[in-house]
Unconditional design. Sequence first.
Length: 331
Amino acid sequence: MLIDPFARAISYLRVSVTDRCDFRCVYCMSENMTFLPKKELLTLEELDRLCSTFIRLGVRKLRITGGEPLVRRDIMTFFKGMRRHLEAGDLDELTLTTNGSQLERFAQDLFDAGVRRVNVSLDTLDEDKFAEVTRWGRLPQVLRGIDAALQAGLKVKINTVALKGFNEDELFSLTEWAAAKGMDLTFIEVMPMGDIGNEDRIGQYWSLQDVRTQLATRYSLSDLPDRTGGPARYVGLQETGQRIGFITPLSHNFCESCNRVRVTCTGEIYTCLGQEGSSDLRAPLRASEGDAPLEDAIRAAIALKPKGHDFDYSRQDVEGRVSRHMSHTGG
Ligand code: SAM
Ligand code: SF4
């Protein structure tokens, strides 16, 4: 087992498999992103070794993210490889977070690899607004992807970044749309990650407390005890039977129950999303064909996991912001 200095067991790994993406969401990337040279990335074989080592050390849940994980070349080979850990009973869940653009193509393959749930990020159901917020994305393609995922038997959860003055007016339409398709919906507070050009991040901030208050004007909300060890809190909507999540890293402190670590596509391990500190796993991975140096490096990194993060919007400037992009660490 991997236990950190604050007695938290690390059972959840998020791995970013690419920093690239076919969208340029305004809160995530600048329009002209420079991406890493391919040789910096872990190969698919290295990703397999890395994840398999974490699983051997006690990780039970693996989430693949990015960038956009489904634009990584041959990524299905990796997913198919991870299936063996599900079959062996060493892994409880294999899942991913995606923008949905490639789901029409890959939904069935993902299901066949043992994936049962996907998170799809979608901030608006308006085609023009979708093009505006993703800069490069096309809504119909994503909607077809979501339908393909449901058709393939995947459970879909929608992730929506709550953006002031952008999707406030779609709170009910998004909720009803998701309910009609049997999908849960989670709202995410915008976080101060990376240099994204001249977008006004503080202006984008829409408090989830307000989202909740507005939902309560139309639905009966009940707090659910569900905990994933992460920053999400859930309520049930009596009228739709849906679960609505709120991810509030800024206004709530969830760090004490944190069970997760993240690895970037270059093999850096971040033991806290909101802190700069990281350790390199690529060198130990490449140093030896055996996994002993990698195991040692993972244990050493977990021993440095900080107690919590320092995001804070309460001052004029965004305090505690971290310089890397979300697409680097993986959301
Ligand atoms: N490309 C995939 C996607 O969009 O789902 C996976 C990676 S993306 C970085 C993961 C999640 O992070 C998405 O739900 C996205 O909306 C969210 N995200 C990106 N930048 C964010 C920010 N600055 N604040 C809050 N959420 C952010
Ligand atoms: Fe790409 Fe996801 Fe970032 Fe949007 S949020 S730019 S889809 S990585």
